[in-house]
Design a protein. Structure first.
Length: 77
């Protein structure tokens, strides 16, 4: 089950909820102030892959930030 992030406009609290995908946009009261003025926000995450040297690096750190599953638009790999 995915973890979604939410932001409360009333008390400016950011919190996470473990929910099924079909409930991602369902109402979620703020755990701090119980307000219903809560919006789902885009979560940031980091992914790692093996770089050209074989070292594990954050994805995109070797200049291939525009890669697709089978080709790379920025470096032609």
């Amino acid at each position: 089950m995915p973890v979604y992030e939410y932001y409360c406009s009333r008390c400016e609290t950011k919190f996470e909820l473990l929910r099924s995908m079909d409930r991602a946009d369902a109402p979620a009261p703020c755990p701090s102030c119980q307000s219903a003025d809560v919006k789902r926000v885009i979560s940031r995450f980091l992914s790692f892959s093996k770089g050209d040297s074989g070292a594990t690096v954050p994805l995109g750190a070797d200049g291939c930030g525009g890669c697709a599953a089978t080709s790379c638009s920025s470096c032609g790999k």
